[in-house]
Design a protein around this ligand. Sequence first.
Ligand code: NAI
Ligand code: MG
Length: 501
Amino acid sequence: MSKLIKEKENIEKTNGSVQLKSSLTKWQYSPAPESTDHIHLEKQYGLFINNQFVKPLSGKYFDTINPATEEKIAEIAEADEKDVDKAVQAAKTAYEKYWKKLPAKEKAKYIYRIARMIQERSRELAVIESMDGGKPIRESRDIDIPLAANHFFYYAGWADKLQYAFSNRNPQPIGVTGQIIPWNFPLLMAAWKIAPALACGNTVVLKPAETTPLTALKLAEIIRDCDLPPGVVNIITGAGKTGAAIVKHPLVNKIAFTGSTEVGKIIQKAIAGTNKKLTLELGGKSANIIFDDAPINEAVEGIINGIFFNQGHVCCAGSRLFVQESVYDEVVRKLKHRMKSLIVGDPLDKNTDIGAINSKQQLEKIHYYLDLGIKEGASIYQSDCKLPSKGYFCPPTLFLETSQSHRIVQEEIFGPVLTIQTFRTVEEVIEKANNTPYGLAAGVWTDKGSKIFNMTSKMRAGVVWANTYNKFDPTSPFGGYKESGFGREGGLHGLLPYLNL
Ligand code: NAI
Ligand code: MG
């Protein structure tokens, strides 16, 4: 039976400690919006080819909107097959004429320069990221933009050391790389793709997602201002058709894709039988596992960070929570209490914890799963926060009384929606956690180091966090098992897909 639980918690006494009434727990903050005066945006953007913004041959444009206000921000060029060809030809010429021949230490200087310029313009980039994609400014300012710069710094360091990374294996560039990225970490995903490609001596045609093209276009300005040889990085915009044209182009030697498993499979089929290299970073339904010996307050913070960070628009989000039976009541009570204090609203407000859902389409998908969860018989709990009257917003949501067979437990929702289940033994939780077509990430919370090592070796997940969640670093490889994709990004492993050995 489905129930909508919206309880009013009274003062509770547990273990002698007094829990405050929920209504008292939400601090009232005055709005603290980040200013937008310092940013500069064009009304219309062309395609970035050969270090210039050019009008699309297609003659077509689409709007990118601010998902928190539903207002149009700018018009963006839509590249068709001819435009894609122009960008790929530019990348091919740049590869043969300049980039392949340039000494590695000179390449490193360019990559380093991009990193520095991202840092210099970080405030502007952070604001634009939040406006175009809906993520809270605290995240774009403190996570996305610094990590993007760090990625360029890190791979600048590898550019002239490839023969040490792969000694006696004669590392050689591949040529032109086609890179297609999603909307959840727009600038960061561009950095993940472009930095290792350049460090390994390849040239690039990158396509950002259609709902979040702006920071990639700002990165194009940075690349131009860094005087990178024309055509080394080309950034072209459009939707799925544009992406498909990049995949299909005969002069593209490698495709790097991050996005849905569905499109990943289409791409894999499209390049079957060609000698194009491929890396796929796809969806996830990652398990966050809380043992009874875990520090519960910290674990609750980790659960919150695991699923509500970036509105749950995270491929490795800890969307399936497993709690050991003996601490289930305590975890649920503390989790609900913490969920009530989360502030949902204006992404540009520094107090905001949960910003706007990236698009109307994505909000509809999340609503579909909220209805489905209720139909499947789970209990839904949502914080009673007030949502803004305009824009695409969703309150943090918890589904209780779920089972392994529920679709809300099996399928990627990509929103601030958490399912919770219990377990008794280590074997049981490993089996449950691995019972998914995905295998991107997992979290383990326990006081015991031996338990952590036991779990990490048995979890079929590319990343396993211990007593933390959603932490990223350029030196650490990231990628999935099973339907979460293949190939690694970040670290020394992240060089491999961009080299012939
Ligand atoms: P998507 O996979 O359609 O979009 C990702 C990128 O691929 C975009 O740049 C898009 O323009 C491009 N694309 C779309 N069709 C293509 C094709 N046939 N050939 C080449 N490129 C193509 O993802 P979408 O529709 O935006 O989101 C749907 C679901 O995918 C989400 O609800 C979420 O579950 C999942 N997703 C997973 C991501 C991840 O990081 N693993 C990121 C974004 C979405
Ligand atoms: Mg947008």
